[in-house]
Each structure stands twice: as structure tokens, then as C-alpha cells.
Design a protein around this ligand. Structure first.
Ligand code: MN3
Length: 200
């Protein structure tokens, strides 16, 4: 089964005023669709044509070399955005609770310190890419990935991620990536992040 763009789990304007409707329309309908189309084209005549996106991204070394970079970038883009839409929700933000909150406090000192370190990673990442809260098998960690790489390809489980490609914020925030990240916190779906954490 070729990949498909999943429907956005809320209306395009639901993350206003933090993320604007036009950005969401372009980001979901155009950018995500292009990753899906290109991933499908790259995988079409390989033994991974019917594999899950997770299977593809954890076996990139087995993808034929002539399409490997195309698949890495575009299957990565599909997976990253599929997660990203779910990592946000209208009326999101606030703080995590339960085991996730305890793990964040134990690892980073406090939720405020976690946010500060995560923002520094997101703002400091040069060029296009993502900042992530991951579980690396032993505990929580903040990492960044270039382009559309996903931490799953390095054996880590992505729990929360923010897209810092300019297409994610430029219409509303122009070059002000720090302001975008500050506002993006108000969209985070902590229940979804906690679910992923509990499944590690
Ligand atoms: Mn994007």
C-alpha cells in the first residue's frame, strides 16, 4: 500500500493564533503531499513498496542505493509530519502530567528547564530540520535532526518534535524562529506525547 497523507485531525485554522490557517493548508496539503508522492515513487519498484514507514526508516541501508536518499528524505518527511499533526491540538499546551512529567523533571531538572533546552536546540539548529524529545532506550534526551531525518533511524523513539523548516513558520513569523517556537508550545498535545512515552 502506497503511503497516503492522513487527514489533519482538526480544522486548518484550529491552531490559530499560534499557527495560521494558510501555513497549515500549505504545510499539510502541499508539503506533506509532496513527501508522500516522492516516497511512493522512490519505493515503487523495491521490496519495501508495501512496508510501513517505520520499517522503511529503520532499514534505510537496505533500500536500493539509487533511491535511498530520495526515500530517506521523503519517507522521513511523511513520518515526521504524520507525527507532527498529532503532536499538536487546538487548546493544547500547558504541562505534561504523570510519569512523563516525572521523567522530564528527573532528566532536565524541571519543566521550565526542559522547555529552555528544547527551545535552544530548535532555535540553534542550523538550516532545515527538527528538534525532538526522544527516548533513546535508556532515558529522555533532546536531539535535532537535519532535513527530514527522524530519530527512529538512529534507534530512538521520537516523543515530541517541532518542525523548524522555514515552511513551518515563515508566512506568519518570517525569520523569527524563536517566536514561532515560543508560540508553538501552546499547541502541544501532551496526552499524545505521554501515550508515546508509555509505549516505549
Ligand atoms: Mn514541514
Amino acid at each position: 500500500m502506497p503511503f497516503e497523507v492522513p487527514p489533519l485531525p482538526y480544522p486548518y485554522d484550529a491552531l490559530e493564533p499560534y499557527i495560521d490557517k494558510q501555513t497549515m493548508e500549505l504545510h499539510h496539503d502541499k508539503h506533506h503531499q509532496a513527501y508522500v508522492d516522492n516516497a511512493n515513487a522512490g519505493l515503487a519498484n523495491t521490496s519495501y513498496a508495501n512496508a510501513s514507514v517505520e520499517e522503511v526508516l529503520t532499514n534505510l541501508d537496505k533500500i536500493p542505493e539509487e533511491v535511498r536518499m530520495k526515500v530517506r528524505n521523503n519517507a522521513g518527511g511523511h513520518y515526521n509530519h504524520t507525527l507532527f499533526w498529532q503532536m499538536m491540538k487546538p487548546g493544547g499546551g500547558g504541562e505534561p502530567s504523570g510519569a512523563l512529567a516525572e521523567a522530564i523533571n528527573a532528566t532536565f531538572g524541571s519543566f521550565a528547564q526542559f522547555k529552555e533546552q528544547f527551545k535552544a536546540a530548535a532555535v540553534g539548529h542550523f538550516g532545515s530540520g527538527w528538534a525532538w524529545l526522544v527516548h533513546d532506550g535508556s532515558g529522555l534526551k533532546i536531539v535535532t535532526t537535519p532535513n527530514q531525518d527522524n530519530p527512529i533511524s538512529q534507534g530512538m523513539t521520537p516523543l515530541l518534535g517541532v518542525d523548524v523548516w522555514e515552511h513551518a513558520y515563515y508566512l506568519k513569523y518570517q525569520n523569527r524562529r524563536p517566536e514561532y517556537v515560543d508560540n508553538w508550545w501552546n499547541t502541544v498535545n501532551w496526552e499524545f506525547v505521554a501515550q508515546r512515552f508509555s509505549a516505549v
